[in-house]
Design a protein around this ligand. Sequence first.
Ligand SMILES: Nc1nc2c(ncn2[C@@H]2O[C@H](COP(=O)(O)OP(=O)(O)OP(=O)(O)O)[C@@H](O)[C@H]2O)c(=O)[nH]1
Ligand SMILES: [Mg+2]
Length: 675
Amino acid sequence: MSDVRNVAIVGPSLSGKTTLLESMLFVSGAIGRKGTVKDGNSVGDSAPEARARQMSTEVSAARATFDDVTFNFLDCPGSIEFQAEARNALIGCDAAVVVYEPVIERATTLAPIFRFLSENDIPHIVFINKMDRTSTLMRDLIPAMQEVSDKPLLINQVPVRDGEHVTGYVDLVTEQAYNYKAGAASEETEMPDSVKEREQEARTMMLETLADFDDTLLEKLLEDEIPSVEEIINDLHDTLGDGNLVPVLIGAAEQENGVRRLLQHLAEWTPDASTTVEHRGIEKTKPAAQVLKTYHTPHGGKLSLARVWAGTIKDGETVNGERIGGMYHMMGANQEKIDKAEAGDIVAFGRLDEARTGDTLLIGGSAPSSNDEIARAEELPRLYGLAIHAERRDDEVKLSAALQKIQDEDPSLIAEQNSDINQLVLWGQGDMHLNVAFEKLRERYGVAVSSERPRVPYREAIRKPVTQHGRFKRQTGGSGMFGDVHVNIKPLARGTGFEFINSISGGSVPKQYIPAVEAGVKEYLERGPLGFPVVDVSVELFDGKYHDVDSNEMAFKLAARTAMGEGMPNCNPVLLEPIMEVHIHAPNTATSKVQQLVTGRRGQLLGYEVREGWKGWDTVTAHMPQSEIQDLVAELRSLSQGVASYTASFDHLQELSGRVADQVVEDRKEQLEAA
Ligand SMILES: Nc1nc2c(ncn2[C@@H]2O[C@H](COP(=O)(O)OP(=O)(O)OP(=O)(O)O)[C@@H](O)[C@H]2O)c(=O)[nH]1
Ligand SMILES: [Mg+2]
């Protein structure tokens, strides 16, 4: 097999990744005709949800050969709501191309991507796209991008401009100038005088960055000696191989400008499979692969796109106890059948029902032990949830099967039956993410769902003790029912829970009926006077009466319920709302706005600190009512160019009164009446 390199194409939304993939496929001869995202005929974005939105919603894989290197490209969605796709794909790649538009103010949007790449030691190149229509200067752009990258960016080319238009570039290593040519390789040309000064400045910048990794080069520079081109090339090779530097190339994907040069560099610089294996410490004795993406295709059934980390896996062999039913190389929506996959390749396995995205696949009869698991991308926090139900009642079973499939495909979707609020909640990364999920459920699996804000698990407590008598008596024909209790209902400290005290002496309520009394009390407490479960209350049974013939467990249970039902409304009930501890991560330029948002949503600020490992980011910690964070992510994004995020966990219950509480109680009443 020729040399295979796996390269993920990542970057912020709409920077031109899918267009770049199309151009790379075209330039390398993998496709004979170039499609576009707009016309809906590009190799990437073949999913109907992507075509409809003219944006990527899932990973697309395609294959091309250039300069004797075969590439598996994984074109990843840029939207932050689909970032799990990119993360799961990157885990299986040898390198990444980060595609970015030359807009200085948007450099922040690179932060989550750069962070993930550096955390996971994935070597990458930046491709500054859309150079065909920009007046942004590299000398302004590069420092803004450097702000959000841990690794030094190494500028490799400078643009040559004719007025507003970029007509070519100068390669800073060889100092050769090129003119872009439509539909062909760039053409060597004389370096125009107008860029000479800029070129020198940028070249010095490049050499100084390189010298940080090479003492010999540093000495030369300090002595004003100019290193030879060979020296620079060798130096570049060494440092890039280690993944210490991030080369920056420029071009315009749509016009194929700079695309050949990018492919050449990828062929030269991308580490080979064995280097990546060593680098990641993935040493497997048995053939092993890892699922990077799962597709449920309309005709081909289930496909598990996987990186083979070790050995050779053949079609028809068993992995994790399941037989592989078909093996393919993917070209967007199309598959090319193959009969085996070797270490270093990315291939699609057919019909592995149990395999989920991120899973390790091992040859043999059983799923891998945790020791054998290859590390998967760190899970994303649940940011946005909606309660869902099938529009047609008979679709419930169909819905749960379909939910399983969309979660297989995308582990950042989590369906959870929440018994506390008695709703099925679908969690994801934002409104668009869930909308795409609903569209898949409807269009691919034929289940229409409706969605709404999930209920908040309110509780209630009491503020005043009351002593209450409760009796249940019925006389019908033969045997009757009789139970009679006296109870003390008292508030307890917050967080104590429920306490039942039996202080009957002298048998006024016979022993065998006491558990029934407790059961009756508990049953009542499931729904207190305000309509919510009651917490932090003590109920003491201190007296009662019984009847030799008519008393039984049921009668005492009902007597207890009666006592509670009559006593509790007089105990001054109060609503309790769940308060979450929230950690909000955002660029520090947004910190004060984040704080305003928190206080504007009845939150209490607990402090903020520098976010560990994130240049220029803060983490704001606060207590916020759960009801106020349901749609928090949308607002956080709007004040942070889409990059802010948060985690939340339950902290405590807090009394809620006034208008907000009245509304909650009223809504609950309506909801109970409707049920
Ligand atoms: N002017 C110009 N426009 C481009 C270039 N490359 C892509 N575009 C346009 O940018 C828009 C987005 O292109 P896509 O290729 O879909 O971008 P993407 O990064 O794949 O988008 P997502 O996957 O949704 O994040 C489209 O309208 C393209 O036509 C370019 O080199 N120059
Ligand atoms: Mg795309």
